[in-house]
Design a binder for this molecule. Sequence first.
Ligand code: KIV
Ligand code: ZN
Length: 516
Amino acid sequence: MSASDNQVRIFDTTLRDGEQSPGASMTLEEKLAIAEILDDMGVDIIEAGFPIASNGDFEAVSEIAKNAKNSVIAGLARAIHADIDRCGEAVKHAEKGRIHTFVSTSPIHLKFQMNKTEDQVVDIITDTVTRARNLIDDVEWSAMDATRTPIDYLCRCVETAIKCGATTINLPDTVGYATPDEYKKMFEDIIERVPNSDQAIFSVHCHDDLGLAVANSLAGVAGGARQVECTINGLGERAGNAALEEIVMAIRTRSDILPYSCNVDPHYLTRASKLVSAASGFAVQYNKAIVGKNAFAHESGIHQDGMLKNAETYEIMRPEDVGVKATSLVMGKHSGRHAFKDKLKELGFELGDNALQDAFRRFKDLADRKKHVYDEDIEALVENEIAIAGENTKVLSLTVIAGTGGPQKAILTMDVNGVHETREATGDGPVDATFNAIKAIVPHEATLQLYQVHAVTEGTDAQAEVSVRLESGGRIATGKGADTDTLVASARAYVSAMNKLEMRQQTGNPGALQAV
Ligand code: KIV
Ligand code: ZN
């Protein structure tokens, strides 16, 4: 079952390992939108969350499970009965559900984190994999910190998990420590030495602490693994996980030496990247492989000359293959609702009636203020609409008095749970005054950790896309806002971060995962 076929299963963990990255928390609506695109693009398994972590996580996994059309929906569970049972409850709604349970196996984790002996951990594997398997047929077991686990002991753990019914065995490089040769050899050794290894599919799961996550993942596949765990934009704990778009395009582009296939349709990659960036508030670096703004931009004269003669001189992939569209002038203020809806469809967005109504109103407003409305403008607007859907606190209007004369003053009206509130505030500059006005309406203790602005398109009338990250009591949330007025975008981003923080406080989503 492991290396005998060349089909590589793509397991996306953006909504679990990705969301664990501090500040990347997403709302239910955002998670549903991301899961939908992952399902449409052909991702084989979507890890939708960690159901025991909070009611919010449980609800997200259950809802995603109910809506999934093709993908297997997995939930994560520590090696604890309560975790496994809760996970089973959430994924049971899926046509194809999976329980993914894990326990640490490395000496350093056993000693300092778990205070357990090797024998005790083997007993835990027997008990918990059996329990999961009694709830569902599809069980994945992970050896946390596998790459720092002695191979003899790892063989024993893997054999036990398979014997108890695990159908997928994941051997993560949890701390991003492995090198490609080492990682490949680990899979070769395990598959060769574990007597029942042919009864499971082996999986790679790599973190990018040394920038080797994608290289290690491909090396693991060369060693016999046939499932790759990865995230859109490489979102994830610390330096992140292996980037799904890089894995998929490496397999497609270098099929001459990577003789594998996968089900993901790469045309969705750009849109998925934008959606995850909007939802998580994590901007994609300009020079990011595949989905960065500059990934297909050829600036130097010699490159441009070659490109004009034959694109293949400098281009190993075509931008349209990953869903990059030529920037087009889309619509103006005379465009109607029908044309707007068609445009959204072309860009891959399908909104419910209320969200469509709001997005159209904001589009009209934008078209009044901005000469040319581009695809990117519509995308920023709709992503913003998705991000704020369901939020109870909203910016209604903002007037700012700024300039050399000072003091800068902001007059802000917000809708707070249906009640309209207006306050004035001054500050050290217009952004500070705006944020002070928000604090006057909704007093809170959160501190600002990041404030970032970038232009969605060219030109001085471009929309500004602002990211704001707030921290309160160890919890972090990032919000985004877009508008042609940078201050309005700033206020929206701040309020969105505030809403997410409040949601996190209510649902009690924990920080980093602790192995048992
Ligand atoms: O990195 C890791 O080890 C994990 C496990 C929970 C699979 O994310
Ligand atoms: Zn991980």
